[in-house]
Design a protein around this ligand. Structure first.
Ligand code: C5P
Length: 291
């Protein structure tokens, strides 16, 4: 049996997220800062007679044939017709529909794994082009840096110097928020063209980043107002994180996960206990930023 190639698929949080405008094609221009986490899924791929996917783990990701990993595999074979077929195994740990980029990261890891099996058939740019067609967050997971500023749909990436690792507490409320819905809620509220938000975005997100604390001082996520309005417990979780000593707390992506960043591990233990009492039905996870 051939050897498996193994790729880590990290989760991400958005340290800052501004929606700049709605474009004529319906997509939105963003300015955001992605940070990868130690929390990760794993993709294993080995050459096989047919393309297949098996998902292991406690997270329900729906039918395997619809999984972004299989869409990535089909797109890779379209780009490299002679590439080997592969039996892919996904070990799933990152909550789904939570704004943690799990599906996008799995797709990026699958593209990397398939490219390795094909003897590095594609240049990075071609992989990124396949990636962005699968999802706007996929190029970040292909860019090779755990910290990056992103513009456009999220595919124009500027890797940033990595920061000293920080501790992260994640609250997964156990229900998904659809990214498409969250953008539609934002459009309803803002009519798609907030000139003032665009100015704010450029002023703040382009400041140099030398620590998580400095970043948290002016961080915002433009999805919070419309997502917290529909899911008030998420706003309470954010307040709970800050009350528990987080140096910053924000909705990740379009949610549903809220994260807090902490400077030391002990404070994450007491924060996790306090959050568990506040939202007993939610899952509270502890991890660190990746470097
Ligand atoms: O790109 P992705 O498939 O992750 O996006 C899901 C949906 O979110 C898109 O169909 C689109 O409606 C919306 N979206 C957007 N602007 C972006 C990214 C996503 O409007 N920059």
């Amino acid at each position: 049996m051939s050897d498996a190639v193994v790729e880590r698929a990290p989760a991400k949080i958005n340290l800052d997220l501004r929606i700049v405008s709605r474009e004529p094609d319906g997509y939105h221009r963003l300015e955001t800062i992605f940070q990868a986490l130690e929390l990760h899924d794993v993709i294993e791929a080995r050459a096989a007679d047919t393309m297949s996917l098996r998902v292991d783990g406690a997270i329900d990701v729906g039918p395997e044939g619809d999984n972004l990993v299989m869409r990535a595999a089909r797109a890779f074979r379209d780009a490299v017709p002679g590439a080997p077929l592969a039996a892919i195994r996904l070990v799933k740990r990152i909550p789904a529909g939570a704004g943690l980029g799990g599906g996008s990261s799995d797709a990026a890891a699958a593209l990397r794994a398939l490219d390795r099996l094909a003897g590095s058939a594609l240049p990075d740019e071609a992989l990124s082009d396949i990636g962005v067609a699968l999802g706007s967050d996929v190029p970040f997971f292909l860019c090779g840096s755990p910290l990056a500023r992103a513009t456009g749909r999220g595919e124009i990436l500027e890797p940033l110097p990595v920061l000293e690792p920080a501790h992260v507490v994640l609250v997964d409320p156990g229900f998904p928020v659809s990214t498409r819905d969250a953008f539609a809620w934002w459009d309803e509220r803002h009519g798609g063209a907030p000139a003032e938000a665009a100015r704010r975005a450029r002023a703040d997100t382009h400041a140099p980043i030398d620590s998580f604390a400095a970043l948290a001082a002016h961080a915002r996520n433009d999805f919070e107002e419309v997502v917290f309005e529909r899911h008030p417990p998420l706003g309470a979780v954010k307040a709970g994180m800050l009350a528990a000593g987080a140096i910053g707390a924000l909705l990740s992506g379009s949610g549903s996960c809220v994260y807090g960043i902490f400077e030391d591990e002990r404070s994450t233990e007491s924060a996790a206990r306090a959050l568990h009492e506040l939202v007993p039905d939610a899952r509270v996870l502890r991890t660190r930023t990746a470097r």
